[in-house]
Design a protein around this ligand. Sequence first.
Ligand code: AMP
Ligand code: MG
Length: 337
Amino acid sequence: MTTLRLAAGDADRAAEVIASGGLLGIPTETVYGLGANGLNERAVRAIFEAKGRPQDNPLILHVPDESWLERYCEDIPAAAYELSGRFWPGPLTMILKRKDNVPDAVTAGLDTVGMRCPDCAVTRAVIEKARVPVAAPSGNASGRPSPTTAAAMLEDMDGKIDAMLDDGPCKVGVESTIIDLTVTPPRLLRPGGVTLEELEEVLGEVAVDDAVRRLMAPEEQPKAPGMKYRHYAPKAPVTVVKGDPDMTAGYIAARMGEGSGILCFDEFKGYFRGHPVVTMGPVSDQAEQAREIFEALRAFDHMEVTDIWAQSPTDEGLGLAVTNRLNKAAGFHVIEL
Ligand code: AMP
Ligand code: MG
């Protein structure tokens, strides 16, 4: 198929793609998504096919505001509205008990559903016009880094989707935070644009799922099924080095091989002369690191590198989301200094 290019002003045509059961590349503030009518089982199955996504990895339903929650969810706790009041529209997905009208294809058969309201006016307009929730995972081919520009999404999806709606680069750059509100205490399943510290301010105690910080063994079942898959990976193997940035830069410079590519903070690119270097922003700018991380990982696929060394941010604030993506890209091959 030919993928139609749509500009952000073309919300009407984008809504027609959704309403007619097609696949649409949709912008959000986090990453670009691969969207379809979330109530149309066949359209939802086509998302899995286009991505090559395992069937047991559920999708998120995108809605234009919190008033849509009760259409698709039951037993909604007060905390859900406290969170939506504070963080929606924004990079927060809430796991809630689902109603029967949500197709099994969306939830991979779970009795819960992930709900999110993106901070992207054109996408909310598309959903309103199509009058259905949009089911969407990230718009990459399964296993690849998530796309934060329309061009990155088309690298994976050109010819596989009906249309691509371009609204410029994503302003957050890592996928939404996922919080499970069906358990006590609420559980962080995936770190993202809304930080753990911000969630704790509203919810008090928040549990952090094991899959956030370590590799799950094959027999383990993380609560967010997507967390068990190797993910975000460039083609060359990645080694992450964690610790004080001066030390990690020195450590990598002493060990890098002839074909090594380096992912580092802006301040340290001088350490790696003669090597392909990709930067992810200054040490102190976590928002910039979040915006850059996926494009940086994708950049190595256009270079001749045998392996990749990466400096790691800290785990605080947005850093928890950035390190989670980086560690997953490395298959949790992390050296702590
Ligand atoms: P993606 O944004 O591409 O990572 O896809 C959506 C993510 O949401 C995946 O990691 C899923 O595992 C997660 N997810 C969606 N629905 C649920 C649910 N009902 N329970 C737990 N995790 C979910
Ligand atoms: Mg994804």
